[in-house]
Design a protein around this ligand. Structure first.
Ligand code: ADP
Length: 549
């Protein structure tokens, strides 16, 4: 029997239409360093229509052509998030922090036709635009001089200015009906462990993912919320927050290029967000700032931390010193990105609740997770069997852009192989111990680099600790700990070694220690273990070798 229900395709234009009408008075605020810019969701709707007209009539965008963004988190990026997919084209969020070669490679791979660029990023785009063979139009946002772009790309590209381009366009666009399974947006992985690979989100996957983001078991967004979206819009679609905001009526606070701890703290005090999302390194920096400055952060009811493992010490520090609940979440570009959120089950209190919060959490409805052994055999969900995490679901990619078939290294029988290693408990909580590529294999045993990092970061003198496996003649691999010490604090390698020895198995304690000014970070702010390993190999680290504790 067929249902009697209407069939309304799940399209990005419906999310836009809903936000711009029902939640038309919600606002997007963009930080400028001076007076913040404000735009209502109703106005975002009208501006999206104007951008779509301009892209079609002035830049010749037709069908599913790709429109790339090279922008910070701001109003114009939000407008593009809606205008491009709603008109049936495909939004491609370029990662501004990749190398010029990688940016050009990705733009070519995606066959981008237009690039929207922030004027402050013109010099950066100029370094790759010459090698972008498919780009024909560049739209500059803000009043910058586009000369470097023209010099690099010649008359192959036409340069437009956002304000002039949109000025006389109609404020209504007759959004086409698109197939909900067609691509709406493209995002490439940030290449932490290899070359960037493209994932094409569909209208349907974005819609379903946005609904899920709003549920209380996920981020719990509603019309009284103000979401500070620090996670870049070029990193896994800013975790889906812009679309979720339009569905739920939550307002958005956008940091633009002001991503240091001081302006973020100022934004929180001035714009009073209730929620925020970013990778752990941003919160580590902010915590150090809040500990030494008097800032009113009382508006924040919780912050979502994901993208790499959240050190428990960071969660405790925020809760105990600043009254902010840190919620740990796990996800990937390949999973839209919501994969799991760590909210304790009903009845868990005190220490038990904390133990749940340290995990990567449970999958939302729709996503399934399992742990498999080396040959792909499913392992029991007993909280003890360690294997690779595999997931599947309607917002999990089934292959990469340009591949005719799923790449066997990343997909297995309809499951995405996440490359993350850990356990699954009987009540569904995922605990990740490492990325498969970062696990330290010492004498046939595995050492979790994340566990060593988390334990070290619980030492009061340690700001950041990054642990990688390095070659060892006797054990194949041994851990190397690189440590950043809090300003004004002092600690020796011997003290840290003894601190660890009381907390993890003694054979796991690193012999090799290096104190560094900063841990190198990837384009999205994660510890860059590739760089740490190669610095060690090149002799670029000042390493002390200690005897066993
Ligand atoms: P990249 O693979 O280039 O870093 P992604 O942002 O897609 O780009 O990274 C996804 C990966 O980030 C996951 O596979 C996992 O290794 C890591 N990750 C994300 N969230 C967490 C978390 N909460 N705990 C541990 N690792 C995480």
């Amino acid at each position: 029997m067929r249902s009697t229900m209407m069939d309304a395709p799940l399209q990005v234009s419906r999310i836009l239409g809903h936000g711009a009408s029902v939640h038309g008075s919600a606002e997007v605020v963009t930080w400028t360093g001076g007076e913040p810019r404000r735009m209502s969701y109703a106005e975002v709707g009208r501006t999206a229509a104007r951008l779509a007209h301009a892209l079609r009539d002035e830049c010749g965008v037709t069908g599913d052509e790709r429109v790339a963004t090279f922008l910070w988190n701001n109003t114009e990026h939000l407008v593009a998030y809606f205008a491009v997919p709603s008109m049936g084209a495909v939004l491609h969020t370029l990662n501004i922090r990749l190398s010029p070669d990688q940016v050009a490679y990705i733009a070519d791979h995606a066959a981008d036709h237009v690039v929207l660029v922030d004027s402050t990023l013109i010099p950066l785009l100029a370094r790759s635009i010459g090698a972008m063979t498919t780009v024909r139009h560049v739209v500059v946002v803000g009043g910058g001089d586009p000369a470097p772009l023209v010099a690099a790309a010649g008359d192959r590209i036409a340069v437009h200015h956002w304000d002039a381009l949109l000025a006389d366009q109609p404020e209504v666009y007759d959004w086409p009906e698109v197939d909900e399974r067609d691509a709406a947006a493209l995002c490439y992985t940030s290449g932490t462990t290899g070359d960037p690979k493209g994932v094409a989100y569909s209208h349907r996957s974005i819609y379903l993912h946005s609904v899920q983001i709003c549920l209380p078991e996920a981020f719990g967004l509603g019309p009284t919320d103000r979401e500070l979206a620090i996670v870049p819009m070029f990193h896994a679609m800013s975790w889906g927050l812009p679309y979720a905001a339009f569905l739920s009526g939550a307002s958005l606070v956008m940091p633009d290029r002001f991503l240091q701890a001081a302006p973020i703290a100022e934004m929180i005090a001035a714009e009073r967000p209730t929620l925020a999302g970013a990778v752990p390194t941003i919160w580590t920096d902010l915590l150090a700032y809040l500990d030494t400055h008097d800032v009113d952060v009382s508006s924040l009811r919780e912050v979502i931390v994901g993208g790499s493992a959240c050190p428990p010490a960071l969660m405790h520090a925020f809760a105990e010193r600043h009254g902010i609940d840190v919620i740990h979440a796990w996800g990937m570009t390949e999973t839209s990105p919501l994969g799991s959120v760590a909210r304790p089950p009903a009845g868990a209190t005190g220490e038990a609740a904390w133990r749940y919060r340290y995990t990567q959490g449970r999958v939302p409805a729709g996503v399934a997770a399992r742990i498999v052994g080396p040959a792909g055999e499913p392992l029991p969900a007993d909280g003890a069997s360690v294997g690779e995490l595999e997931v599947r679901g309607p917002w999990v990619t089934a292959r990469y852009v340009g591949d005719d078939a799923p790449d066997a290294e990343k997909f297995r029988a309809g499951w995405l192989r996440t490359g993350d290693v850990g356990t699954l408990s009987p009540d569904g909580f995922i605990t990740l111990t490492d990325r498969a590529k970062d696990v330290i294999k010492s004498g046939g045993e595995w050492i979790s680099s994340v566990e060593l990092e988390n334990t070290l970061m619980a030492h009061p003198a340690v700001l950041e600790a990054c642990v990688v496996g390095v070659p060892d003649p006797r054990w194949d691999e041994r851990p190397l700990a690189t440590v950043v010490v809090h300003e004004g604090a002092t600690v020796t390698a011997e003290e840290l070694r003894d601190f660890l020895a009381g907390r993890v198995a003694r054979w796991q304690v690193p012999e090799r220690w290096a104190f560094v000014d900063a841990v190198p970070r990837t384009s999205v702010g994660k510890f860059d273990k590739k760089v740490v390993r190669s610095r060690y190999a090149d002799g670029g680290l000042d390493v002390r070798e200690l005897s066993a504790p």
